[in-house]
Design a protein around this ligand. Structure first.
Ligand SMILES: [Mn+2]
Length: 309
């Protein structure tokens, strides 16, 4: 499909992470080298977050409203459902074919063709398979994009099959610098991050009876807590809360608007948070998932508590 198309749009999910952008730019670079007309985009936010601007291929990105209405092939990467394309979901209507490449268990198989494998640790693993099958040389530039999705979605290789560690070795052999790729993505924050962490972590709650007695640790991040900080700083909180030994499940309630919340969850092993997220209108993976909720902080916390059991 990639070889046959003369024009291709590659779309990430809304609020794209390093796996989505890395997958899209790796494909975009390969398509551009093949002489194919290619646009890469996502519905929101308006610009790429600062940490992801470190990835090569950013010149392929176009604003959402500039994305062509008619195209031979639309590829959606790391995107579990049509709805996650946001305002760009209508671009599937003007596409001859739609290819979904994804690793979310909750994927709805919305493409005319679907490469969905939830045993893949990242979508970039699947994109690498596609590029290999296509005969594209994975050089340092493409490897940078693919490694970015891999290192972030595996939490720095804490969750990776043996062949995935070998894939990382291949990317390093291709010439990437793992520290230079990871640092802007995961290990760089402004000084104000420390003050935000100190405020929100100081209010953390441990609910030992939640999740059938396995425990829930949670933190509420109100708009004021994160004022002047990037989304990257708020996103970092859930992985800290997830280290608490007394709780199987960690949650962070991020205030988006007065009564709108974005909830991120992590589980250690025996609670499937993708089921919880799906029940509340979201999705994700078994041990990392999220959803959007409306109400007061107390209301959205109570809803999660009830759904967790
Ligand atoms: Mn992913």
């Amino acid at each position: 499909m990639l070889q046959a198309a003369e024009s291709v749009t590659v779309l990430c999910h809304m609020n794209p992470d390093a796996d989505a952008v890395g997958s899209a730019l790796a494909l975009g670079i390969a398509l551009q080298r093949a002489g194919t007309s290619v646009q890469v985009s996502f519905a929101s936010p308006a610009a790429l977050t600062e940490s992801l601007a470190s990835l090569p291929g950013g010149e392929l990105l176009v604003a959402a409203k500039q994305v062509a209405r008619e195209v031979d092939l639309l590829v959606a990467v790391d995107c579990g459902s049509l709805g996650r394309l946001g305002a760009l979901r209508d671009r599937t209507e003007g596409a001859q074919q739609t290819l979904a490449i994804d690793h979310h268990a909750s994927n709805t198989h919305f493409g005319t063709a679907n490469l969905v494998d939830c045993s893949a640790e990242s979508t970039t693993v699947l994109v690498c398979d596609v590029l290999d099958e296509w005969g594209v040389q994975v050089d340092a530039t493409i490897a940078h994009c693919l490694y970015a999705g891999l290192v972030t979605d595996t939490s720095s290789f804490r969750r990776a099959r043996p062949q995935t560690h070998e894939l990382a070795a291949r990317f390093i052999a291709a010439g990437i610098d793992p520290v230079a790729v990871s640092r802007p993505l995961m290990y760089t924050h402004p000084f104000g991050w420390l003050g935000m962490l100190s405020a929100v972590l100081g209010r953390a709650v441990l609910d030992r009876s939640a999740a059938g007695g396995r425990g829930l640790a949670y933190v509420v991040v109100r708009s004021g807590d994160a004022a002047g900080l990037r989304p990257e700083e708020t996103e970092s909180v859930v992985d800290l809360v997830a280290t608490i030994s007394e709780a199987e499940v960690a949650a962070v309630f991020k205030q988006i608007d007065e009564t709108v919340w974005s909830i991120s969850m992590r589980a250690k092993s025996d609670v499937d948070v993708s089921v919880v997220a799906s029940a509340l209108g979201g999705g994700g993976h078994r041990l990392a998932a999220g959803y959007t909720a409306h109400g007061t902080a107390e209301e959205v916390i109570a809803t999660l508590r009830t759904t967790l059991g």
